[in-house]
Structures are given as structure tokens and as C-alpha cells.
Ligand binder design. Structure first.
Ligand code: GCU
Length: 600
């Protein structure tokens, strides 16, 4: 009896320990590429678990038979190897349409220098991740498109350590996004995984950008993490002869405030400066640009001058592989097309893309519209949903706020006014956005709008909480024209705000010929081409128009696009086919964009 009581007590202690160790993911440190990283990219062992029985078998314990009579009904040894980063759907035929659980395993040798700290950092896992180290849960993260990390310093063992990640991409009614979305639900460890070694006290985060409405004054901060927080901190920009000295307070926060004459960043001049931040125990470098972005009435000003935004929507998919995009080369493929099209911005829809996209866009002179997947049907009134939205927004802003290329935070796309709590949730989220970053413009795409008697009515008062009205309209595709495009009348709820037409277009299968070219069901390039001609005609008489952004750059996978010949599980609104072939509409838009000259 006594033995049983002792065993029970030990089990309780272990359970408490596991609970105390397992945490919700910490906010990820910024600028991973500027840190001491050991990459865990490469082949990971995997156990596909479509029925979810792996929980009951406690797969994370990676058990081996101990006695002659033992046996174990799972094994990572002999299991399929999956590439990380990358979605699992396109790596094994059996996983093509998998929406469920796959267990991943990787080992690494503990080489941590005494006194240092070790974190495991994930660029993203779609959609939920439970992370185990040596059989113990160290934490979980929900959200498929933002980074997260766990400190593992105190739970490492000598020699070989084993990471097991339970990845689940099931849709959830209370998820962000919810259960319905017009893109492929790629599951997996879809972005880079790194071990990051830091000093005991290190530079965890920082913000170094121009103050709102200023073109020469930087107002920011540096945040230390550790046990010696009140350190001297310096912020250097050698090229400008800046060596700003500051002091971190007891919470490790140091204010940064200095002025200079900057060579301002713009699409024509994507100037970045080497930035060196030093504390007494840590140093980190970054490449930072400085520019001013604001609105003035119905105009958007870049560095004090009106700019017309020439964009394109991009999903995070490499069309040639028909798989999740994750690498710098994937980013180069997509962004080179955007540059060739004549864009000065890209809308990374409908979720934060991998960091290569954001950083490369900035280097190439493309402004970035950054967005979280609060998409269409969201259960705003369900417990925990607004907290998830807020956390996801903070994770996106935390990762990208030092990227001057990012000019606009978008907190939602096409949510419905009829959904309970939608308005309050978006108002609250807009306040979180401004609290997290007071320097950038914010928007949301609402779909409370109407088109009658050739009049387009944007009537949603919620736009009053945002800087830019963003309107998706598909005149010529989902809504046939009701008159001449140039005669469209507009009623705008905020006559003093800029408007971006954030989506327009229609479908075409490259080279197709399914019928008369003046019929939508032909899926012809000519029909799509005409949509673009008509839209451009309308833009010429659209009030408050500060930018346009067609849907979208390249055909992409979406299983709801079910016509076997014309779509085949692809949304064909691309200006490029999934083989990178330019459709006729591409040339119409390129000519239009090339005819618009901005003075930067
Ligand atoms: C919507 C939505 C997109 C969608 C597009 C379409 O406006 O924002 O995510 O893919 O229209 O219907 O193709």
C-alpha cells in the first residue's frame, strides 16, 4: 500500500513539473538571422497520424522495448523522412489532402557554452504545434504564420537531445482563420527551425524607426532579457556617424532617440543602413531603412510626397512546385515577377508570409502590406478568439516592425458585419495595432458595400477606426458591369480618407479556349483582359483612389475551385499561370503601371 502511495506521489510531482515546464510559446526574439543560430533544417523523421491515436500512444516519449516481453506500436526509426522547412502535404502522396496530425522528430547534440542560454525557434508551424524535449512537453503554439520560441536551457541534457513536434493542421471554427478559406491548407513545419544560443543577458528585441510624421528623428527602444538588465546600451549607424548611448532600466528597457539626415528609403531608392546595437553583454546587427508614411486627406504620402500604390496580391506558394513557399529563392521568384509587373508594393495575403519575403521586398524596393488571417467567417464571440487575434497581430508586428518596407498593417479581410461581436473585435484590434506600432498605417478589408445603378457604395462606418479604406471589388467578374466603367459613381463613408482597391480581377486559364471569348465561362484570357481594361477605365474616375492591387499575381491552389478542366483545384485569377506564363491581362496592367510615375 505504502509503495503505491509513493508511486502516486511521484507521478503527481512529475505531472506538476511537466505542467510547470510546459508553457504557451514565448514571444519570439527578433532578427533571428543576426543571432548565433544552429539550424535544425533538413530531414526530420515523421509519423503521420491521421486518426490522432498518437496522443494515446504518447508518441512524444519515443519509447523503446526494455524487456523481452515489451513491444511498441510506433517508431520514428524506419518512418518517412520529411524536409523541414516545407509543408507535409506535397512530400508524400498519402498526405496530399491531410488535415490532421503528423509527428516530427529531430535530435541534436547539446553543445551549449556554460553560462549561455538556448532557445528553439520556429519560423512558423501550421496550424498548431506541441513541442516536446526528451519526452516532456515544453510548450504549444497556435497560429500557422508567425514565429514562436521556447527556452530550453534548463531542460537540456548532456549529449543527444530529442525534439518531437506534434503538428496539426485541422481547421477549427474558433481558429484564425476559421474553417473556410480560399487557399490550400498546407500543414507542417513550414518555415525554418533554429536553435539560438544567447548570452545570459541578451538583446531580445528593439525598434529603430522614424517617429511618426518625422523624416529625421528616430524614436525607438531596445529591450534586454536576462538577469543583468540595467546595462549601458549603444545604437550605432557607422555610415551616419551615429553612436547613440543610452541606459536600460531595471526592466531592461532602453529608450532610443536621435536625429540625423537620412537618405530616405523608397521603391526607387531602397536604402538600408547597417545598424549595430550593443549592450554590455551582447551585440546584434541589422540592416535598417528609414522612411515616412502617412496620410493627408485622401492621399498617402511617402516621405512627404503623394504616392500612388501599384500593387499585386501574392499567396505564399511556389507555383512551380505547387507547394508552400518558404525560402529566399521562392521569395525571389515571386518578388521578381512583382517588380517586372511594375509594382511598388505587394500585399502578402492573407497571413504573414515568411521573413525572406518581407526582407527581400524591402531590399528590392517593394513596400509590403502585412496581414493576419482574420478572414471572412471568424467566431469573434467565441471564447479566446479575440485573444488569439491579438496575439497573432502582436507576433506579426514584433517580427516585422523594423522593416521600413512594411507600410500597412491589415487586421482582417472580408469579415461580415452580421457576425456577432465583429465590430467591437475589430475596433479593439485596431487599438492593439496602434498601441504596438504608432508609426504605420492600418487598414482592414470590409465587405459591407453595394453596387447598384452603376453606383458603388462603401458604407461601413468601421473605416473610421482605420487610416485607409481597403475595398475588394470584382466588377466585371462576380458583379457584371451596370454601365460604363468610367461612369461608376462612388459613395464613400469616409470622404477624407484614401482608398485602396485591394482586390479586383477574374479567372482565366492560360491558353484556354472553352467558348466565346466574351463569355465568362470561357475562362479565356481575353475575358480576363477585358476586365482589366474596364477596371483601369474605372480607376480614372474613382475618387480617393490611392492605390490598386489586383487579385492576383499567379494562379494558386485552392480546393474550392472545383471545375475539373478550367480550375482543377486552382484559383485561376493569376496574371501568371502556375507555370509562370504571362496571360494577356498581365500586359494590360503592366502598361497601366508603367504609365504612372511617382515622385519619390
Ligand atoms: C475574395 C478573397 C480572396 C479570394 C478572392 C476570390 O475577395 O479576399 O481570398 O481568393 O476573393 O474569390 O478569388
Amino acid at each position: 500500500m505504502k509503495t503505491k502511495a509513493i508511486v502516486f506521489l511521484i507521478n503527481c510531482i512529475v505531472l506538476i513539473f511537466n505542467c510547470s515546464v510546459s508553457v504557451v510559446a514565448q514571444s519570439a526574439m527578433t532578427n533571428v538571422s543576426g543571432r548565433h543560430c544552429i539550424s535544425l533544417n533538413g530531414k526530420w523523421q515523421s509519423i503521420p497520424d491521421p486518426t490522432g491515436i498518437g496522443n494515446w500512444r504518447e508518441v512524444w516519449k519515443d519509447r523503446k522495448p526494455q524487456k523481452k516481453t515489451d513491444f511498441v506500436e510506433y517508431s520514428f526509426e524506419g518512418s518517412p523522412l520529411l524536409n523541414v522547412p516545407g509543408d507535409f502535404n506535397t512530400q508524400m502522396p498519402e498526405l496530399t489532402y491531410m488535415e490532421g496530425t503528423v509527428w516530427y522528430k529531430k535530435t541534436f547534440t547539446n553543445r551549449l557554452k556554460s553560462g549561455n542560454r538556448l532557445f528553439i525557434h520556429f519560423g512558423a508551424v501550421n496550424y498548431k504545434a506541441d513541442v516536446y524535449l526528451n519526452g516532456n512537453l515544453i510548450g504549444s503554439h497556435e497560429g500557422g504564420f508567425t514565429p514562436f520560441q521556447f527556452e530550453i536551457t534548463k531542460v537540456l541534457k548532456d549529449g543527444i537531445n530529442t525534439i518531437v513536434v506534434k503538428v496539426n493542421n485541422n481547421r477549427a471554427a474558433d481558429g484564425i482563420p476559421g474553417t473556410g478559406y480560399d487557399w490550400f491548407n498546407y500543414g507542417g513545419i513550414t518555415r525554418d527551425v533554429n536553435l539560438i544560443e544567447t548570452e545570459t543577458t541578451f538583446i531580445e528585441d528593439y525598434f529603430v524607426q522614424l517617429k511618426k510624421h518625422s523624416m529625421n528623428e528616430v524614436l525607438g527602444w531596445v529591450k534586454l532579457n536576462g538577469n543583468q538588465l540595467s546595462q549601458k546600451v549603444s545604437v550605432k549607424i557607422p555610415e551616419l556617424g551615429i553612436d547613440f548611448k543610452t541606459q536600460a532600466n531595471a526592466e531592461g528597457l532602453a529608450e532610443v532617440k536621435f536625429s540625423s539626415k537620412f537618405n530616405l528609403w523608397s521603391p526607387e531608392n531602397p536604402k538600408l543602413y547597417e545598424l549595430i546595437i550593443q549592450s554590455e553583454t551582447d551585440t546584434i546587427t541589422d540592416n535598417i531603412g528609414f522612411r515616412s508614411m502617412e496620410t493627408k486627406g485622401a492621399q498617402i504620402l511617402l516621405n512627404g510626397k503623394p504616392v500612388f500604390l501599384k500593387g499585386v496580391n501574392i499567396h505564399e506558394e511556389n507555383p512551380y512546385r505547387a507547394a508552400k513557399a518558404f525560402s529566399e529563392s521562392d521569395a525571389l521568384t515571386l518578388l521578381n515577377w512583382a517588380k517586372e509587373l511594375g509594382c511598388n508594393f505587394v500585399r502578402l495575403c492573407h497571413y504573414p508570409h515568411n521573413e525572406y519575403m518581407v526582407k527581400l521586398a524591402e531590399k528590392m524596393g517593394l513596400m509590403v502590406w502585412d496581414e493576419i488571417p482574420v478572414y471572412q467567417h471568424i467566431e469573434f464571440a467565441s471564447p479566446g478568439v479575440t485573444d488569439k487575434m491579438s496575439l497573432m497581430l502582436k507576433e506579426m508586428i514584433r517580427r516585422d516592425r523594423n522593416r521600413c518596407g512594411v507600410f500597412l498593417w491589415s487586421i482582417a479581410n472580408e469579415t461580415y458585419a452580421t457576425t456577432p461581436n465583429r465590430n467591437q473585435a475589430l475596433i479593439d484590434l485596431s487599438k492593439v495595432c496602434r498601441q504596438q506600432d504608432s508609426t504605420r498605417l492600418i487598414t482592414t478589408v470590409l465587405c459591407s458595400q453595394g453596387y447598384e445603378n452603376n453606383t458603388f457604395n462603401v458604407w461601413e462606418k468601421l473605416y473610421n477606426y482605420f487610416d485607409v479604406m481597403s475595398v475588394n471589388e470584382y466588377l466585371g467578374w462576380y458583379s457584371p458591369w451596370q454601365g460604363k466603367p468610367a461612369d461608376v459613381k462612388w459613395k464613400l463613408v469616409c470622404s477624407d480618407k484614401p482608398m485602396i482597391i485591394s482586390e479586383f480581377g477574374g479567372e482565366a486559364l492560360f491558353g484556354s479556349n472553352f467558348g466565346p471569348k466574351d463569355e465568362a465561362d470561357s475562362w479565356s484570357e481575353e475575358y480576363q483582359e477585358q476586365i482589366y481594361k474596364d477596371q483601369i477605365e474605372m480607376f480614372g474616375t474613382t475618387p480617393n483612389l490611392a492605390g490598386v492591387c489586383p487579385w492576383l499575381l499567379v494562379d494558386y491552389r485552392s480546393l474550392g475551385r472545383m471545375h475539373p478542366l478550367k480550375q482543377g483545384g486552382w484559383n485561376r485569377k493569376g496574371l501568371l499561370s502556375d507555370r509562370g506564363e504571362k496571360k494577356k491581362a498581365w500586359h494590360i496592367l503592366k502598361t497601366y503601371y508603367n504609365g504612372i510615375k511617382n515622385e519619390y
